[in-house]
Design a binder for this molecule. Structure first.
Ligand code: ADP
Ligand code: ZN
Length: 440
């Protein structure tokens, strides 16, 4: 049996604050943010004026619902500096979105913004068991993408030995991991899986040759089943971390070792869930679109930023002692949702089916097409390497099992294609799961 979990907390005063006190702090910081936005950012001023709201009207978190939303299109329209709330000379850092969807966008950070972001990641690493004794290997890309530098800053802050590998060169990553004895890993969950597979392929034993104890994985959606697979593959605790460039970068929310949702850094951001269609606020426990308002950000504060990410919030107490609200896994993005023959399909639903089927690897691609105005979806999934030697009959069985499960979980029939191990493209950053030929 595993030893009981110890929960270390980087900033107990902030992370374990009684919720009422936290709400007061949020209200005070929200009022200040709205005032700064109104005074310094023309777009916000125009939108608030149009709604007849003056900064003084926003006194508490309850008033949040009166404020206008901010969208990714606003960041594009105002690119690069139109949403800055401080003079340009106060900006010490620019980071950009990886551009998962559409044109890139950038965000500007003051010295204090970098400081806040650094602490958010430090909190996440400590929550995943990180200490100054750890050797943290960062395999997120370094650059405009917030993953690399974000993890790096946090790891350095907790005094860990930080290894800035950046992404790519998998064999070398593993060599360094082995020789240095890296104890923690920061990268996307799909890259972690790829690393785990390659470690085994190189004839190394993750239990003996590799010293990893935990990993902080994020930047893309993954499922509970994928976590279990990854934990077995690398013999680690795998914790989820969430973030987005517009708000700070990774660390906006993170899991503790209870692994029951990601604690939102609520002293710096306010999280809401809204109905993406009616834009009404939804109570905790309801699934909907996640919306963030920054309450300490100076460079480019965001009022009610629509993330397009779909999840639930949960404010019930966590065994770790943190009092902050937890966000559940991202089950999809409003702009990721595929509509196949009128049925709403999220890639995560298909992923959860695939990882429950024996004989296939968690690498897949969805190819969507439209022939004679009828949508079709093909699920290409890799076979586990061990399956290669098996008989044809087994392949047929796997294909049918996947097809039936998709039909019952998602409600659509999909063509299932089994492909050889390691034939689908591997990503060192975010995995590309959907090819929608209907848009071409
Ligand atoms: P983009 O991918 O939109 O170009 P970012 O690199 O800032 O920009 O990524 C932010 C997005 O990545 C989030 O809005 C979310 O969709 C996704 N993301 C980040 N962390 C996670 C996570 N832990 N689980 C699921 N999705 C995540
Ligand atoms: Zn917790």
């Amino acid at each position: 049996m595993k030893a009981p979990k110890t929960h270390n907390i980087y900033n107990p005063e902030a992370e374990c604050m009684p919720r009422e006190q936290l709400r007061e702090l949020q209200s005070k910081r929200l009022a200040e943010t709205v005032k700064r936005e109104y005074e310094n950012v023309p777009v916000y001023r125009e939108r608030m004026d149009a709604k007849g709201i003056k900064p003084g009207d926003i006194k508490s978190v309850d008033d949040l619902k009166y404020l206008p939303f901010t969208n990714k299109t606003d960041l594009r329209d105002e690119f690069p500096f139109g949403l800055l709330a401080v003079p340009k000379r106060e900006i010490v850092r620019i980071q950009g979105s990886s551009g998962t969807t559409g044109k890139p966008i950038v965000s500007g950070y003051t010295e204090n913004d970098v400081e806040v972001w650094t602490e958010m990641v430090a909190r996440a690493l400590v929550a995943a068991g990180g200490t100054a004794d750890d050797i943290i290997q960062v395999c997120y890309g370094y650059g405009l993408f917030t993953g690399g530098l974000g993890a790096h800053q946090g790891a350095t802050r907790i005094g860990a030995m930080t290894v800035p590998m950046s992404s790519g060169n998998t064999q070398r990553q593993i060599l360094m991991m082995k020789e240095l004895g890296s104890t923690m890993l920061c990268c996307t969950p799909s890259y972690a899986t790829y690393l785990g597979e390659t470690i085994r392929e190189m004839g190394l034993d993750p239990k003996k040759d590799i010293r990893l104890k935990s990993g902080v994985f994020g930047a893309e959606p993954w499922t509970e089943e994928m976590r279990q697979r990854l934990e077995q593959l690398l013999d680690i605790d795998a914790c989820d971390i969430y973030g987005l460039t517009e708000i700070a970068g990774p660390g906006v929310a993170f899991e503790c070792l209870e692994k029951r949702g990601m604690h939102v850094n609520e002293d710096h951001v306010i999280a809401e869930i809204i109905d993406p269609v009616t834009e009404e606020q939804l109570p905790y426990g309801c699934s909907g679109e996640l919306v963030f308002t920054t309450i300490t950000k100076e460079g480019m504060p965001m009022l009610r930023y629509r993330t397009h990410d779909i999840c639930k919030l949960d404010a019930t107490p966590c065994a770790c002692g943190r009092t902050t609200v937890r966000m559940g896994r991202i089950t999809g993005r409003t702009d990721d949702m595929l509509v196949i023959r009128g049925v709403n399909v999220f890639p995560s639903q298909i992923e959860s089916v695939l990882v429950s089927v024996k004989g296939v690897a968690p690498f897949y691609q969805l190819v969507v097409d439209r022939v004679h105005s009828t949508d079709s979806i093909e699920v290409q999934v890799e076979l586990d390497e061990k399956m290669f030697s098996d008989t044809v009959a087994d392949f047929e069985k796997i294909r049918n099992e996947i097809g039936e499960k998709i039909k019952s979980v998602v409600g659509i029939s999909a063509k299932v294609t089994l492909v050889g191990a390691k034939t689908l493209p591997r990503s060192e950053g975010k995995a590309k799961r959907v090819i929608d030929n209907r848009k071409l």
